[in-house]
Design a protein around this ligand. Sequence first.
Ligand code: AMP
Length: 429
Amino acid sequence: MSFAALGLTDELLKAVAEQGYQEPTPIQLAAIPVILQGRDVQALAQTGTGKTAGFTLPLLQKLAAVTYKKPRPVRALVLTPTRELAVQVHDSVRTYGKHVAVFAEAIYGGVSMNSQTQRLRRGCDIVVATPGRLLDHAGQQHIDLSRVEVLVLDEADRMLDMGFSRDIKRILDLLPAPRQNLLFSATFPPAIKTLAGQLLHDPVEIEIAGQTIAADTVSQLVYPIKREYKRELLSYLIGSSNWRQVLVFVRTRHGADRLGEQLLKDGIRTGVLHGDKSQGARSRALASFKAGNIAVLVATDIAARGLDIDQLPHVINFDLPALAAAEDYIHRIGRTGRAGLRGEAISLVCPEEAVQLAAIEKLLQHPIPRVADTGYETVSLDVVPARKIPKILKKSPKKPPEKPLSAKKTRPFGKKPAENKSRRTTGKR
Ligand code: AMP
């Protein structure tokens, strides 16, 4: 079945075609028509199933059907557990809504409220928000939620896990009663069933089993390798296969700069994309990459998000995403294998990342094949159970032990890398 058969307008079909999507995913097939009909929806679906387009496309179509004079009232509210997800959903709304006059803003914590306040005052049709920050704005009368027609709870189970239950109830009190409610959750524990019972009226229940989009169209491989050999292996893979368009993901801005420099030294034409780069530098790097002047673009997740760079033949995870952001893996590899083309996603994984890999495989619901012979020393990616870690390593000693076990290669035990810390804190509201 095609997207057109789902009853979407030409403007939305055009945006979908521009993304290279050929046919709707199961969740899109099930959700789009019933959301267009105005029904409440309870959907069991995880990241990677295409759920975001599943609710965003019909939402945009409904809102675009009626235009309001300025300032536009907020007519749809999408709640997400984390700032990262709010940014992703906001990006999707903008991507799919490119050809309709519907405006969206993202509201999340960890950044100053001022610019958000100004944007809210200008008016918008859709607000994508994390609960805490939304309540801050509502408390200060920066936002009027009394004209919301559609409420979406995205990753509802994660919102409750993160302790947002009371915030959600407070937000519900600010919304008008006659409205459409859409609840998306990867799991349905009793707390979610209770919430669904309170929120939804005669909902259409949708259940999409396991498989993610990525799994079908992208061949995924893990190279188990020591951290210190990753760069060399990367250069080898790119050089020996003569790859010409490779997007390489790293966790930190600093890591991106360092890897970019090293690849340049290896004679590989490389650009770097991260949040500290000026808009001009980012645009130039992207243009060179698209034009084929550089073969490799090294990017952080945030910088790569929202950029029109997909349908790539190769995506490489130089670092795996942080544990709390395992679904970034799916977004990363979603850059390849689009529009029916086969794509390849390679992850260079060191033993220190075994836990992250396990979280990703749990999300995918299948293991990712390992390359048996990487050409380097064999390493194990088994997750070491906590009880097997020697006691001395579990403490974070004030003084370093007299004879560090491997002082040169590892960071001090117990100390988290800075970017890991910031991800956790920014996800709160
Ligand atoms: P989501 O589950 O919403 O996080 O989407 C996962 C990934 O699937 C994203 O990278 C989307 O761009 C991509 N996607 C969504 N719908 C489709 C589709 N119909 N065909 C191919 N890819 C899609």
